[in-house]
Design a protein around this ligand. Structure first.
Ligand code: PLP
Length: 392
């Protein structure tokens, strides 16, 4: 009997577990401290009224013999896939309902998508980025090549003709840097993927936070992207579904590799290993795309983006350089005084009772940087900025 020894190659302790440990120890030593958490990117506003009502009514349906539902479609209920396709129409993108797969969030789909690709593939991953891309590929033993995101390229690495990759991860708006690729930049990636027979795994979990109308909110806004890209979306941050769990993934029918349809392979994967998202949650998700639901959800997005403005204005006043915060709910700042990420984390926690996320946790290029999340409550964000001003 052998275990998957790739798991032993994972860095000890997930970033947020290490943060939780540090915060726990601080709290033990300082029981009266009022800690403000701007670390983990979890939302704080509740589900919207329209969404909650839709879910309540779905609960009643499930308790009634006439309307009770058992197993649903593996790909998600048609009513939700139609609503998602309608949302894409608003972006100028036409997708068919059988190109949409409803899942329990972007994280699982991003990780599970690797099932349909050979472990021999080389993956290209930006650094810094959401750590799940790296860890899931380490678990499956794939060769990882990193591409450098840094201040020189505004944390938006572009294709390098000398690197041959099969799977490319792009995250736009980016977690943690808040950087968003332009149409021209994404066009370069699509061209690279087509030329190299590669597949782009495009994570657009934060697309709803893009304020600048000239920036793309879907990779399918780029010509021929359907021939080379899979897109992952999430209702977690957009609609407060972090605890409710729902996301969706688009796998276009134009997408073939080794003469096989990736849409067909993904359907096979899902129907074998996944039994769908609950009817109740899918009714709630459908309500997100209704007129009232969408207006309510967008109010929450605006609330978080106003938090982001409060944070970025404070940093500007303090002369601390940063990216993000304009089209993304994350502010990525350079640690003051050339401090290292964990050093600044410790100082902020010890002297201001603020929890942020050390940039080094997102890859080597994050060293010297720090991520603040705009998902907090307004009063907490404002208080944190008062404390930060005092500290710096
Ligand atoms: N992708 C990115 C870039 C994220 O930051 C997150 C969550 O923080 C996810 C995906 C996962 O989202 P979900 O809650 O839908 O699994």
């Amino acid at each position: 009997m052998n275990i998957n020894t790739n798991y032993l190659k994972l860095k000890d302790g997930y970033l947020f577990a290490r943060i939780a440990k540090a915060v726990g120890e601080h709290k033990e030593k300082n029981p009266d401290s009022e800690i403000i958490r701007l670390g983990i990117g979890d939302v704080t506003l509740p589900l919207s009224n329209t969404v909650t009502k839709a879910m309540q009514s779905a609960v009643s349906e499930m308790g009634n013999a006439e309307t009770f539902k058992g197993y649903g479609d593996y790909e998600g209920y048609m009513f939700l896939r139609q609503a998602i396709c309608g949302y894409y129409v608003g972006k100028g993108v036409t997708l068919q309902t059988d190109e949409i797969f409803v899942g329990d969030g972007a994280k699982s789909d991003i990780a599970n998508m690797l099932d349909i690709f050979s472990p021999e593939n080389t993956v290209l991953i930006p650094n810094p980025v959401y750590p799940v891309y790296v860890d899931t590929n380490i678990m499956s033993g794939r060769r990882i090549v990193y591409m450098n995101g840094n201040a020189d390229n505004d944390f938006k690495p572009l294709p390098d003709k000398n690197i041959k990759a099969d799977i490319i991860y792009l995250c736009s708006p980016n977690n943690p840097t808040g950087a968003v690729y332009t149409r021209e930049e994404l066009t370069l990636w699509v061209q690279y993927a087509l030329e190299n027979d590669a597949v782009i795994l495009f994570d657009s979990a934060y697309e709803a936070f893009i304020q600048d109308k000239t920036l793309p909110t879907s990779i399918y806004q780029i010509e021929r992207a359907k021939e080379c890209a899979i897109e992952f979306c999430s209702l977690s941050k957009t609609a407060g579904f972090t605890g409710t769990r729902c996301g969706y993934t688009a796998v276009p029918k134009e997408l073939f590799r080794s003469s096989e349809s990736l849409n067909k392979l993904w359907l096979q994967r899902q129907s074998t290993k996944f039994n769908g998202v609950s009817y109740i949650v899918q009714r709630g998700a459908q309500a997100v795309f209704s007129q009232d639901g969408f207006d309510e959800v967008m109010k929450s997005v605006t609330y978080y983006m106003n938090n982001a403005t409060i944070i970025s204005d404070t940093l500007t006043k303090l002369g601390i350089s940063y990216t993000g915060g304009r089209n993304a709910p994350y502010i990525w700042l350079r640690c003051p005084g050339d401090m290292q990420s964990w050093e600044f984390f410790d100082k902020l926690l010890a002297e201001a009772n603020i929890v942020g996320t050390p940039g080094a946790g997102f890859g080597a290029n994050g060293e010297g940087y720090f991520r603040l999340s705009a998902f907090g409550k307004r009063e907490d964000v404002s208080e944190a900025m008062i404390r930060l001003k005092r500290l710096v």
